[in-house]
Design a protein around this ligand. Structure first.
Ligand code: CP
Length: 352
């Protein structure tokens, strides 16, 4: 049985029963692919959060498995290294009883020059119905979605987007700050601190956090914030709360959530930072600096971390850290997304 959540002033939300196949009930989700979070409405975010709650209940059972995606093929195609995203998608798909195929580009025919389009057509010919992909080039999952007959889930593309990370981040905030009904970030000061320029996590979080009503601050060295002022102006014009600053003390003052971002050495063009040591001294999230935030502020990091650079080791494992929760919540969120997208695919929607 699906559950109806009373939305008060907003329309009631129908959360599907995740014990049965998505096509056996109406699923209030219309997106065929998950390429970014920019197209998700507040109602979509709420549905993902509530469906992840249902998946968490599944995960708490003695046998954390439901038959919902039995007989469906989920293919995981990663062109870049990953631990959290790749493994949690695999665990999520298996918990839903899907058949899972893992392809690492480094050991596939990609090394012989096969194009992305050929690879996508090949995995579809081999039975893929849902394709989870990570690629170093921004936009690659959009190209895959043009040629793939099933659902594409973006596991991170270049600097552009990491939608499942943003949704698990939102879910983690909601778990700590929400009341079970609202998402819980409305009006709260959330700071993203670090290498914003190269961060697909930051770009997706900008969409989801401002859509959920957070008072979002982006902070880092000016060289790693280029272009975000213009985005903030447009966001503010559209009623989204969004501030960009290099003043780390002002950003952290009274913050309720602080998310440190990895310094992406592999994407760093020369000249953007004098040195990692100077970055750590001026922008690293130390215990002293965290003292500007609320005493119970949540400390987050999408991982992988450079401890001692963007975050001090004692902060990363301190009482305020929810970094491990983020990883754990990634399974429930990815189960929710696979389930919701499978329902649309089964219903034959053409909405991208
Ligand atoms: N946060 C994240 O995407 O981590 P992985 O690169 O390990 O997947």
């Amino acid at each position: 049985m699906s559950a109806v959540i009373d939305g008060g002033a907003t329309p009631a939300l129908v959360v599907p029963s995740v014990d049965v196949a998505p096509e056996s009930q109406p699923v209030g989700w219309r997106h065929r692919h998950l390429l970014d979070v920019d197209g998700l409405t507040r109602a979509d975010l709420e549905l993902v959060m509530h469906t992840a709650d249902a998946m968490r209940e599944v995960l708490a059972r003695p046998i954390a498995k439901v038959p919902a995606l039995r007989g469906r093929n989920v293919t995981i195609l990663f062109y870049e290294a990953s631990t959290r995203t790749r493994v949690s998608f695999e665990v999520a798909a298996k918990n839903l009883s899907a058949d899972v195929v893992n392809i690492a580009a480094a050991s596939s025919s990609v090394t012989k020059g096969e194009s992305l389009v050929d690879t996508v057509r090949t995995v579809e010919a081999l039975g893929a119905q849902m394709l989870v992909m990570r690629h170093g080039v921004s936009g690659a999952p959009y190209l895959a979605a043009e040629v793939f007959g099933g659902a594409v889930l973006n596991g991170g593309d270049g600097w552009h987007a990491h939608p499942t990370q943003a949704l698990l981040d939102l879910y983690t905030m909601r778990s700590r700050l929400g009341d079970g009904g609202s998402i819980g970030v409305e009006g709260r000061k959330v700071v993203i601190l670090g290498d914003v320029l190269h961060s697909r996590v930051a770009r997706s979080n900008i969409w989801s956090l401002t859509a959920a009503g957070a008072d979002l601050w982006l902070c880092g060295p000016p060289t790693l914030l280029r272009g975000f002022d213009a985005w903030a102006s447009r966001g503010a014009a559209a009623g989204r709360r969004f501030t960009v600053t290099s003043d780390v003390d002002a950003a952290l003052r009274d913050a309720e959530v602080v998310m440190a971002l990895r310094i992406q050495r592999e994407r760093m063009a020369s000249g953007l930072l004098p040195s990692l040591r100077e970055y750590a001294a001026r922008y690293g999230l130390t215990r002293e600096r965290l003292g500007h935030a609320r005493p119970d502020a949540l400390v987050m990091h999408p991982g992988p971390m450079n401890e001692g650079v963007e975050i001090a080791p004692d902060v990363a494992i301190g009482a305020q850290s929810v970094i491990t929760d983020q990883v754990t919540n990634g399974v429930a969120i990815r189960m929710a997304l696979l389930y919701l997208l499978a329902g649309v695919h089964a219903a034959g929607s053409s909405d991208a």
